[in-house]
Write a protein that binds this ligand. Structure first.
Ligand code: ADP
Ligand code: MG
Length: 610
């Protein structure tokens, strides 16, 4: 019988391999850009035509190649980056398989121009479907230029599988972003069909993020820096108030290589948990640096998965890093949150006589758009709020352009008139607080608002250990099972920070000698049971959130309930305190605290336009 096994010619083998490595124009873009980085380029320019289907060009000023290497680089498994199996475990370059160029050349027309600094001239090689068509010497400046034309010209099935130019371009931009983010010290540009889309100057990571996503990110980012034994996490997260409704800017890198990692993503989401609404996504740009020996980069060339030797450790470090970044941001008060400097005091001191008082002009920001969605975060909202507090005659005046100069109104020229707001607060269904803001009607869920206020208060107490305690005249006994007793003992310092004074009477009984001053009227035993229960339920595998969880339970338990009658003063206090919170929009459980019905919406309901 005849032998049936044949060796495939290289060109066919390369084409088969190419299907794996180069799935779409964006894959070629990624490989070419990574090669340029590996070559030590400081400037890399990407030019595409028809979303890379017609042409992809990558120009770099890196180390270039010798004439021999320029020919060799199209061979399969030709690489300058590893030479022995052990090297696979110490990879610090982006490429290492020596497959990319062989694959690209198998399915496209490739022109390579390259010159090393030490050579007088460069070499130009044209390779089409793995066959060298031309080779010549050319004058050029040091570096390398790859031009890839008519991708998949000899694989029509593949070509037909490509998506619309728009979709393919999106993939290219995404790869461009991933590569450029982690190499901010390198200059990049992207030109598509003759139009420059990105021009990124060398700089730091923050500048790179701004270059890619807009200068507004200057405001939005919080730095993350965390070093642990075998991990270093560095980068930025987006402040909670700028969380997006779509899974937008979420970028994880391991040793600068983009990865997707659901478990680690969860670490971040979890760290943001009580800060952003359920349907919003936090943004982040983080690089995790680990010893290459501690990870297993998926050997598959296009996959973005990575296996960590100790993923739990990374989870813990990542979670702590993000919490720290959020915490630092929230503890340092923003200037905008300070009420206008002691305006009333000054006026009070200067007005002991009976002179009529001239109040300063109300600061009205002419550019402020009351109908803009709260994209500006709480700064604008706070300003809006402050203005409202200083506009006793109601906000509609501002909208209708009426004079709001208080000096005109003698009855309001009492220093008192400024400190005491004339805002009206109405309770709807004993559950919602209704009041007006400059932009329209503000409806607040009283329970959720109060939960947020207390939650932030308890977090601060936990940080400063300054919870106020109220001594119990008749200490209650709290008896638990042995398991809960040990949990409770563990939690005692945390509970102490919040104002609980517990004393262990015997192995399973605790005397409640003091309770948080807020908890008057609440049964301390019930409260502690709830805290223990939730603590057990919420205990993540890493027990990182224990303070947070307890603050949350306390806040939910002690907050004013729905269906509770409130005095106007109480309502005013809630509104005041809510907008002094770091995150006024959402409750710790992610639910929306308030809605604003804009004047525009109201007018529309009455069939009128502004
Ligand atoms: P890998 O990057 O995995 O080594 P490639 O097929 O992408 O494999 O590239 C093969 C080799 O060609 C590289 O190892 C490198 O030596 C050389 N090379 C590719 N692109 C460039 C470039 N832009 N500048 C200098 N050398 C390059
Ligand atoms: Mg490569």
């Amino acid at each position: 019988m005849l032998d049936v096994i044949k060796l495939l010619p290289d060109s066919v083998a390369n084409q088969i391999a190419a299907g794996e490595v180069i799935q779409r124009p964006a894959s070629a873009v990624k490989e070419l850009m990574e090669n340029a980085l590996d070559a030590g380029a400081t400037q890399i320019d990407l030019v595409v035509k028809d979303a890379g289907k017609a042409m992809i060009m990558v120009i770099d000023n890196g180390c270039g190649m010798s004439e021999t290497d320029a020919r060799l680089c199209f061979e399969r498994h030709a690489t300058s980056k590893i030479s022995k199996a052990e090297d696979l475990f110490a990879i610090r370059t982006m490429g290492f398989r020596g497959e990319a160029l062989a694959s690209i050349a198998a399915i496209a027309q490739v022109e390579l121009k390259t010159r090393r600094r030490e050579d007088e001239v460069g070499v130009c090689i044209v390779n089409e479907g793995s066959v060298v068509k031309e080779q010549s010497l050319i004058p050029m400046s040091p570096g390398t230029t790859f031009v890839v034309k008519n991708l998949f010209f000899n694989v029509p099935a593949r070509r037909n599988f490509l998506k619309s130019a728009q979709a393919e371009m999106r993939h290219i931009v995404e790869e461009f972003i991933r590569v450029t983010l982690m190499n901010p010290e390198v200059g990049f540009s992207l030109t598509s069909d003759g139009k420059e889309i990105y021009h990124l100057y060398p700089g730091n990571l923050k500048q790179r993020i701004m270059g890619l996503f807009g200068n507004s990110y200057e405001e939005k980012l919080l730095p993350v820096n965390q070093e642990a034994d075998r991990v270093r996490i560095h980068g930025y997260i987006v402040k909670a108030e700028y969380a997006k409704k779509t899974r937008g800017e979420q970028y994880f890198f391991v040793n600068k290589r983009f990865i997707k990692h659901a478990y680690l993503h969860h670490a971040i989401e979890n760290a943001y948990m009580e800060m952003i609404p359920k349907d919003s996504f936090p943004g982040y740009f983080l690089n995790i640096e680990v010893d290459p020996a501690d990870i297993d980069i998926n050997i598959h060339p296009t996959k973005t998965e990575v296996n960590f030797l100790d993923v739990k450790l990374i989870y813990a470090v990542l979670h702590a890093a993000v919490r720290k970044a959020i915490g630092q941001h929230n503890l340092s008060p923003m200037i905008d949150f300070e009420a206008p400097a002691d305006l009333n005091d000054d006026i009070g001191a200067a007005t002991s006589g009976a002179r009529p008082i001239v109040f300063p002009q109300i600061p009205v920001n002419p550019n402020y758009n009351p109908f803009s969605q709260s994209t500006e975060g709480h700064r604008d909202r706070w300003n809006d709020f402050q203005q409202r507090r200083q506009t006793p005659s109601g906000d509609w005046r501002l909208l209708y352009g009426e004079r709001t100069d208080l000096a005109d109104s003698p009855t309001e020229a009492e220093p008192q008139a400024q400190t005491q707001s004339n805002d009206k607060y109405l309770q709807v269904n004993q559950s919602f607080i209704l009041t007006t803001v400059k932009s329209g009607l503000l409806l607040i869920d009283q329970h959720l608002a109060h939960t947020r206020i207390l939650f932030e208060k308890y977090l601060k107490q936990l940080e400063n250990h300054d919870g106020v305690s109220q001594q119990e005249l008749f200490p209650q006994a709290f008896t638990v099972n042995a398991n809960d007793a040990s949990l409770l003992k563990e939690l005692m310092p945390v509970l102490g920070s919040l104002g609980f004074v517990l004393e262990q009477a015997n192995p399973t009984t605790f005397m409640i000698n003091g309770t948080p001053s807020d908890s008057a009227g609440h049964d301390a035993v019930v409260l502690l049971e709830k805290i223990l229960d939730n603590y057990k339920i919420n205990r993540t595998d890493l027990q990182l959130d224990r303070k947070l969880g307890i603050a949350k339970t306390m806040a939910v338990q002690l907050a004013i309930k729905s269906q509770t009658q409130l005095s106007e003063l109480k309502m005013q206090n809630i509104v005041d305190q809510l907008f002094a919170c770091n995150v006024a929009e959402v409750a710790p459980n992610g639910k929306k605290i308030y809605v604003i019905i804009s004047m525009e919406e109201l007018m529309e309901k009455f069939g009128r336009s502004l």
